[in-house]
Design a protein around this ligand. Structure first.
Ligand code: AMP
Ligand code: MG
Length: 335
């Protein structure tokens, strides 16, 4: 059955209450949502995206008070939400309401999305709304409505048409459960900012900018993630420029990064005109780490649609926006 595409907040809230599955945009990526109070609906989300059952979902709330009603928020949790929410921060908290999905866990992952229309929808639905990222498990998360329709237009009940994601990578995840606050997944809210509120935050070595080994800390991080079908290679700026100059003629190679000035504009023009999908060709120029993150997954999708075999990604710039982006690039190149 074809999914309804709608911006009608009340109608979409009613669908959630009836147990239906609705894809919606957040400021990070699209999510596949179902009522956190309805186990069967949440389980359908797992089926739709082929998600392993041991990987729990994030519950999306409309306010800090609604989070405090469902979980033991505590002083640090409240401070974090006051500073970074609504926004791309997920907290793992001890669960108070035992009926929320997943029932067999003592913890709940919570987040308050930034778009007020989405928050209004969550509130009208009776909230919270559980949602993993909208992608087939293992593939890059989706950030464009056209991609959502292509992948999920026949399998979900409705698609919420609202402002598209701008951050482009999934939320930062911090656990406040256990002995010490721990960063479980880097994202747009970076460890430096988190440390201003929680100086004792444990930042696993695997997320430090130099260390590239991956240690599974939360269930989701042990799975292959964010990877397109094309092979992803991460290159230093010098290697990136060199690969451009020497292999631009190869029509199954694609590049995303900052340093395009070194190839002659003739070559670049040919590459950008050969083929394109919407706003993207096999060359994607970015102006900052934030711009890079916001374009990355959509570019991966386009590369797969165009049949690219190799995607060359320039390393992020040192500094702001580097942490989450580098983590996603590292995960995309794992095979
Ligand atoms: P996604 O929604 O696909 O962006 O993934 C959500 C992330 O949060 C995954 O890495 C999950 O494993 C993680 N997560 C969700 N709930 C919990 C929880 N209760 N404890 C630890 N990690 C969680
Ligand atoms: Mg995901």
């Amino acid at each position: 059955m074809k999914a309804l595409i709608s911006s009608d907040v009340r109608l979409l809230a009613n669908l959630i209450q009836e147990g239906k599955v609705v894809v919606f945009p957040t400021e990070t990526v699209y999510g596949i949502g179902a009522s956190t109070k309805l186990e069967a609906s949440c389980l359908r989300v797992y089926e739709i995206k082929g998600r392993p059952k041991d990987n729990p979902l994030i519950a999306h709330f409309h306010s800090i008070e609604s989070v405090a009603g469902a979980c033991a928020l505590g002083e640090i949790g409240r401070k974090l939400l006051e500073k970074f929410s609504p926004g791309p921060l997920t907290l793992i908290l001890p669960k108070k309401d035992k009926f929320l999905f997943p029932k067999d866990l003592d913890t709940l992952a919570v987040r308050i999305p930034r778009n007020p229309v989405i928050r209004e929808w969550i509130e009208l639905s009776g909230g919270p709304i559980s949602a993993p990222s909208a992608n087939l498990s293992g593939r890059p998360s989706l950030t464009k409505l056209t991609d959502v329709v292509r992948y999920f237009g026949e399998t979900v009940d409705a698609i919420f048409q609202a402002e598209e994601p701008s951050f482009g990578i999934e939320s930062t995840v911090v656990s406040l459960f256990g002995d010490r606050p721990t960063l479980l997944r880097p994202g747009s809210i970076e460890s430096e900012e988190l440390l201003t509120v929680i100086p004792d935050l444990l930042i696993p070595d695997s997320f430090s900018k130099k260390n590239t080994s991956i240690v599974p800390l939360s269930p989701g991080t042990k799975y292959k993630h964010y990877a397109p079908t094309a092979k992803v290679t991460l290159l230093s700026s010098e290697e990136f420029s060199f690969s451009l100059k020497t292999t631009i003629q190869l029509e199954t190679n694609a590049w995303i990064g900052f340093s395009f000035e070194e190839i002659d504009s003739g070559g670049l023009k040919i590459a950008t005109k050969e083929k394109s999908f919407g706003e993207y060709s096999r060359i994607c120029s970015v102006s900052s780490n934030e711009d890079y993150a916001s374009k990355l997954y959509a570019f991966f999708e386009v590369c797969d649609q165009m049949g690219m075999k190799d995607i060359f990604c320039e390393v992020p710039r040192p500094g702001k926006g580097e942490e989450g982006l580098r983590n996603r690039l590292e995960k995309a190149k794992e095979s």
